[in-house]
Every structure is written in structure tokens, then in C-alpha cells.
Design a protein around this ligand. Structure first.
Ligand code: A3P
Length: 314
């Protein structure tokens, strides 16, 4: 399955043909979720792999054996990708951990009536854009990104691969009002206080951990450990598919790296589009780490780091 130059368009959204077919996308929409399933839903570059690792470790009570021997795409396959049916059929015991980048409006009907636990991870979109831009350079199954300006334009108009970030985030997070089996957690929460994020996820999964087990999870899903774990750092993917000379999947893992990429003009442009697209949405985002006082003012994000984030609507 090379199809590196193929793009599949499905319900008006483009997907890399290297990983998706019309059949695999249809399969996802008709997927019979089981109540014991755990679904990780994200827009690309929002902390998907990190959450896959966190969930794997929580389900293993902090034991890294599985996360160090089985690639993330086998232990938490993307439902809509062509290999997932085979992987899921082969998986035997325990809750199935499944990943998706599909928007809620496509996957929602399959989830309806199911008690599957859904974890939605979001990340501030400026950092998503920068991470996604760099990923396009190394992933040969994604189109060449062109200039950062062109990439930013496509992202903001919603024509990037996997569709509009705005629709993705608004549609999934709006479900928290009605779905009590949906947890919304942010990349920034994980970054600012990973221990609390792990406890939040383990409580949600009804998989309580001892303090020592939390400590083990924390250790094994740190940036440095994951960067060196071949089961999650994508170095198992051959050069023909990912050009490892053009970047690393585990690139920086920081809040606020967008500041190294955006010009002032691009930032103003971003903010005007963001304001207009998010006016019907009350989500707050952490854009950078700055001073402690502002962090204290932020509900739900405990102050456990020296630096604090800046949160604003745009
Ligand atoms: P950067 O490119 O900004 O470094 P996804 O898994 O959704 O594709 O997201 C990839 C992004 O998550 C990358 O961001 C990657 O470095 C970051 N990431 C993965 N594991 C992480 C960890 N343990 N700590 C911090 N960031 C992590």
C-alpha cells in the first residue's frame, strides 16, 4: 500500500491515500463500537501519540512492556486507516484502544448509543499548524507543504488534509454537554501537569492507579522517553515513507513554538480568522508559557511548573 501521491476525498475532506481508502473510511462510519472500547479522537498534531501512550500505560498500570514492544498503530489503530479492520479483529482481550482523526459529524452516528469512552485531545491551533507544517515536510504521504504562508492559508480555510481544525474542535468538544462518556483534555494540560492529566484520564477510564503506578506512567510518557522509544517515535517507518533527514516526529513537544515561525503579520491574520470562526465557541486556549499569576487565574490548570501559560480567546 504505497499510494504516496494519492489523496482520497471523502465527504468533502481530503485524506492521505497511503493510509486511507474509500472502503476503510466507510468501514469507520459503520463501525460497531463495543461499550468497553476506548476511542482517542484528535485533529492531527494535537497530542495523539502522547495520549495513545498515556492510555496504553494506564491500562497496563504503568508497566511499559506493551508500549515498548508494540508500535502505537498496532495497539491503538486509527479506525479509518486501511489496516485497522485486520488489527482489531486480531486483538483479543482487554479494552480495545482505537484512534481516530475523523470529525465528529462523520463518526458521531457510529458512536450513538455506545458507552465507548471517548477522549478528545485538543491543542492550541498555532502550535498545531507549526507541528503539522513540519510533519508535512517529512511525511511523504502528505503533499509538500509549500511556503509556511500557503500552508497557513490552507489550514485557516479548512482545506488541509483531515479537514477544518475549527469544525473538528468545535464539533467534538460541543458533545461534552450531552455525552458523559466523553473527556476533553488539552495538550497544554498534559504539558503543564502530566501527573494530574494521567490521573484525570485514569479516573475517566475507571482504572484507578496507585501512586507508584502513576509515577511509572509519568516516566514512560515523558517527551524524552517517548523520543527514544522506537514504538512511538516513528523511526520504524522506512525512509521511502517518512524522510527522517527532514525532521523528527518527536520534534519539540513544547507550548508556544509557533512564536518561532509566525511573523507578526501572520499572527494578526490568524487571530482575525480565529476570532470570526470561534465566535460561537467558549473554549479557551493556552498559547504560550509565561508568568505564574496568569496561570493561577486559569480554572482547572494547577500551578506546578515554573512557567505559566497565557490563555486568551485569540
Ligand atoms: P511538535 O511537532 O510540536 O513537537 P500527534 O501525535 O497528534 O501527531 O502530535 C505530535 C506532536 O505531539 C509533536 O509536536 C510531538 O513532539 C508532540 N508530542 C508527542 N509526545 C509528546 C510528549 N511526551 N510530550 C510533549 N509533546 C509530545
Amino acid at each position: 500500500m504505497a499510494r504516496l501521491d494519492v489523496t482520497e476525498t471523502f465527504h468533502g475532506i481530503t485524506f492521505p491515500g497511503h493510509l486511507h481508502t474509500q472502503d476503510s473510511l466507510q468501514y469507520a462510519l459503520r463501525f460497531p463500537f463495543q461499550d468497553t472500547d476506548i476511542l482517542i479522537a484528535t485533529y492531527p498534531k494535537s497530542g495523539t501519540t502522547w495520549m495513545q501512550e498515556i492510555v496504553t500505560l494506564i491500562c497496563s498500570k504503568g508497566d511499559p512492556q506493551l508500549s515498548q514492544t508494540v508500535p502505537n498503530w498496532t495497539r491503538a489503530p486509527w479506525l479509518e486507516q486501511y489496516y485497522s479492520a485486520a488489527v482489531l479483529e486480531a486483538s483479543s482481550r482487554g479494552p480495545r484502544v482505537i484512534t481516530t482523526h475523523l470529525p465528529q459529524h462523520l463518526l458521531g452516528p457510529a458512536l450513538q448509543g455506545s458507552k465507548a469512552k471517548v477522549i478528545y485531545v485538543s491543542r492550541n491551533p498555532k502550535d498545531v499548524i507549526v507541528s503539522y507544517y513540519h510533519f508535512h515536510k517529512m511525511a511523504k504521504f502528505l503533499p509538500e507543504p509549500g511556503s509556511f504562508q500557503d500552508f497557513l492559508n490552507r489550514f485557516l480555510e479548512g482545506t488541509s488534509q483531515y479537514g477544518s481544525w475549527f469544525d473538528h474542535v468545535k464539533d467534538w468538544t460541543s458533545q461534552t454537554a450531552t455525552m458523559n462518556n466523553l473527556l476533553h483534555i488539552t495538550y497544554e494540560e498534559m504539558s503543564l501537569d502530566l501527573g494530574s492529566a494521567i490521573e484525570r484520564v485514569s479516573t475517566f477510564l475507571q482504572c484507578p492507579l496507585l501512586e507508584e503506578e502513576v509515577g511509572n506512567c509519568l516516566k514512560h510518557c515523558s517527551f524524552s522517553n517517548m523520543r527514544d522509544n522506537r514504538m512511538v517515535n516513528y523511526t520504524l517507518i522506512p525512509e521511502e515513507i517518512m524522510d527522517h533527514n527532514r525532521g523528527s516526529f518527536m520534534r519539540k513537544g513544547k507550548i508556544g513554538d509557533w512564536k518561532n515561525m509566525f511573523t507578526d503579520e501572520q499572527n494578526h491574520f490568524f487571530e482575525s480568522v480565529f476570532r470570526s470562526r470561534m465566535q460561537d465557541c467558549s473554549l479557551k486556549f493556552v498559547w504560550e508559557r509565561q508568568d505564574e499569576e496568569e496561570l493561577c487565574a486559569i480554572e482547572g490548570i494547577p500551578l506546578k511548573t515554573a512557567e505559566a501559560p497565557v490563555i486568551q480567546s485569540a
